[in-house]
Design a protein around this ligand. Structure first.
Ligand code: PEP
Length: 255
């Protein structure tokens, strides 16, 4: 049984005090209300809050994620954070390859692959984001494009390493737009990606990889998305900023 995820990405939102309230509320609600033992709730909070908020976790159902890292262990990289630094602040997951970082910070597949390697070497879990633009989908090249992102970002790994990676498929046209991919569109892509993993690593390995969907996931659509056979949860932006709604998303997995 693959681990199911409700992973939040707060992006660059909330003050320390606002974040502290939200983080505590989610942790307490998840502790009391999420009964499926196979569900993991991850909150990707702004870097300055990681060390403090990691101490608020009161259940092993909740983990804390960084939204970025640098592949080097240390050195003259002003403003950057290494995997070891994040681990020492209580972090166990790191979101990488988000389309906002690929687009606004010019992160290449190669650079993201080096982050994957560093995160795994540090014993943490990468949440590896991928996804196509609307233009790519309309041109009919979306499957090949996203499979290429997996090839370039993950196929340097051994089978053992790959099984420690969480993948998040996030069509760019659905992020922050209120437009969600239909459950059929999302399932179709997830199935393709799992088959692509199987083509290199074999079906048994591919069957163990959690593939999340991201793009305007909300309490109202999470249940239908998470009921799809190849969708193992969500990477949630806007809706992760509301404790009640985000906890309800974590409760939306079929029993
Ligand atoms: C995201 O940024 O990863 C995301 C999916 O955002 P939203 O849920 O707001 O579309």
């Amino acid at each position: 049984m693959r681990t199911k995820y409700a992973a939040g990405n707060w992006k660059m939102n909330l003050t320390f005090e606002e974040g502290q309230i939200l983080f505590s509320e989610v942790t307490n609600m998840v502790k009391d209300e999420v009964v499926n033992p196979n569900v993991k709730v991850v909150m990707g909070v702004p870097a300055p809050y990681l060390s403090s908020f990691s101490k608020l976790i009161n259940t092993d159902k909740v983990s804390i994620a960084a939204q970025n890292c640098h592949p080097e262990a240390k050195g003259a990289f002003t403003g950057e954070m290494s995997v070891g630094m994040l681990a020492s602040a209580g972090v166990d997951h790191i979101i990488i390859g988000h389309s906002e970082r690929r687009e606004y910070f010019n992160e290449s597949d190669e650079f993201i692959a080096s982050k994957v390697n560093a995160i795994l070497a540090g014993g943490l879990t990468p949440i590896f984001c991928c996804g196509e633009t609307l233009e790519q989908r309309e041109a009919g090249i979306h499957f090949d494009f996203v499979k290429g992102q997996l090839t370039n970002g993950l196929f340097q790994l051994s089978a053992e390493e790959l099984q420690k990676v969480v993948i998040a498929y996030e069509p760019i046209w659905a992020i922050g737009t209120g437009v969600t991919a239909s459950s059929d569109q999302a399932q179709e892509m997830h199935k393709e990606l799992r088959a692509h993993l199987a083509s290199k690593y074999g079906a048994d390995v591919a069957a163990n990889i959690s593939i999340l969907y991201g793009g305007s996931v909300k309490p109202g659509n999470a249940g239908e998305l998470f009921a799809q056979p190849d969708i193992d949860g969500g990477l949630v932006g806007g809706a992760s900023l509301d404790s009640r709604g985000f906890t309800d998303i974590a409760k939306a997995f079929p029993a």
